[in-house]
Design a protein around this ligand. Structure first.
Ligand code: NAP
Length: 331
């Protein structure tokens, strides 16, 4: 497993994402499968586990806590969790008011059963609370010793600059995969800015929420409660456009590198300049075996260009992950 550092601490370049393990947005996940998946990750040298209070509304954090206890060695885990969302009135909204952040920190520590969180990330910017105010609260968490490093997620460059002026910023967590590249292509791209400022980038949806897994086919139905039922990428006629691109990229990966499209997708993320860690969503231990094929090789520049050409030809009606954006709270 390749390694990198976040605020001086060594972490695996593939991190386990526990959104699905929460069991609410990707269909039910039996508790034993969830815990076995986390333990399998650690066995394979994946120490960075990304979670959040919203994943299963506390369940993913509780299951990670259970896995840490079963494993027995807290230091084998780099626990990255989040704060700044509220779902108390049934609707998920950004909420980084001081009181909310304080409650979330204590709730997370309790659910995880640990004394210190390795990385606490603001899940989404709260446009109604000044970033500087949020950063000051998190700086207090650092000083208290309950949190070792601070991160953000889904922030733009201006928001990160505002944060950094008040508190040390260790990381950002944006969406990023072959099909979702805003952090490279927007007017003020996040990825080069993070690289230039020494901020670790943990990419989410690295497998494009399974689109790049190589196991999907046109016409397939997702379970009740599975987020892919509403994800616009997974609806026709777009779904077939993306699947065509996956098929062609898969053929290229096999012919040139002897790799599956999934292995190629993971490597593609890790090979982009500025990416520190690719998060890999899994809910069964077997799904992590493929992370081995992501390690120890590289994608050359010509192949990168060829991939861009395939995507441009196949995906004529692209769409991003914006549907994931939480609501704005009532003032
Ligand atoms: P992802 O990693 O892009 O895709 C995960 C899905 O890919 C899995 O649920 C699985 O789907 C499929 N997959 C995994 N291993 C596979 C394998 N070996 N073969 C075939 N398919 C495989 O999805 P993600 O959950 O969006 O992102 C990963 C993590 O990023 C999350 O768990 C979470 O920690 C984080 N995240 C953060 C944010 C944020 O706002 N900060 C947002 C989204 C996600 P099936 O189980 O259906 O096969």
């Amino acid at each position: 497993m390749e390694r990198t550092k976040i605020a001086g601490v060594e972490v695996s370049r593939v991190g386990l994402g526990t959104w699905a393990i929460g069991g609410s947005e990707w269909g039910a996940v039996p508790e034993t499968d969830a815990v076995r998946t986390i333990l399998a990750a650690v066995e394979m040298g994946i120490n960075l586990i990304d979670t959040a209070p919203i994943y299963g509304k506390g369940r993913a954090e509780e299951l990670l806590g259970r896995a840490i206890r079963e494993h027995g060695r807290r230091d084998d885990f780099y626990v990255a969790t989040k704060c700044g969302l509220n779902w108390s009135d049934g609707r998920v909204v950004s909420d980084s008011r001081t009181k909310r952040l304080e409650i979330e920190l204590e709730d997370s520590l309790r659910r995880l059963g640990i004394d210190t969180i390795d990385l606490l990330q603001i899940h989404w910017p709260d446009t109604q609370t000044p970033v500087a105010e949020t950063a000051a609260v998190l700086a207090g968490f650092l000083q208290s010793g309950k949190v070792k490093a601070l991160g953000v997620s889904n922030f733009n460059v201006a928001q990160m600059q505002e944060f950094e002026a008040i508190a040390p910023l260790a990381s950002d967590q944006p969406p990023f995969n072959m099909f979702e590249r805003e952090i490279e292509t927007s007017d003020e791209p996040v990825l080069p800015w993070c690289a230039a400022n020494g901020i670790a980038v943990l990419t989410y949806s690295s497998l494009c929420r399974s689109m790049l897994g190589g196991r999907l086919e046109a016409g397939m139905k997702f379970e009740e409660g599975d987020v892919r039922r509403v994800d616009p990428k997974f609806q026709e006629p777009r779904f077939s456009q993306y699947l065509k691109a996956v098929e062609r990229i898969g053929a290229l990966a096999k012919e040139r590198f002897g790799k599956t499209v999934l292995e190629f997708a993971g490597r593609w993320v890790l090979d982009r300049n500025g990416v520190s860690v690719a998060l890999w969503g899994a809910r069964k231990p077997e799904q992590l075996i493929d992370t081995k094929g992501v390690m120890g090789w590289r994608i050359d520049a010509d192949t990168m260009v060829e991939v861009d050409g395939i995507i441009a030809e196949c995906v004529t009606d692209p769409v991003g992950p914006e549907y994931l954006t939480p609501g704005v709270r009532q003032a």
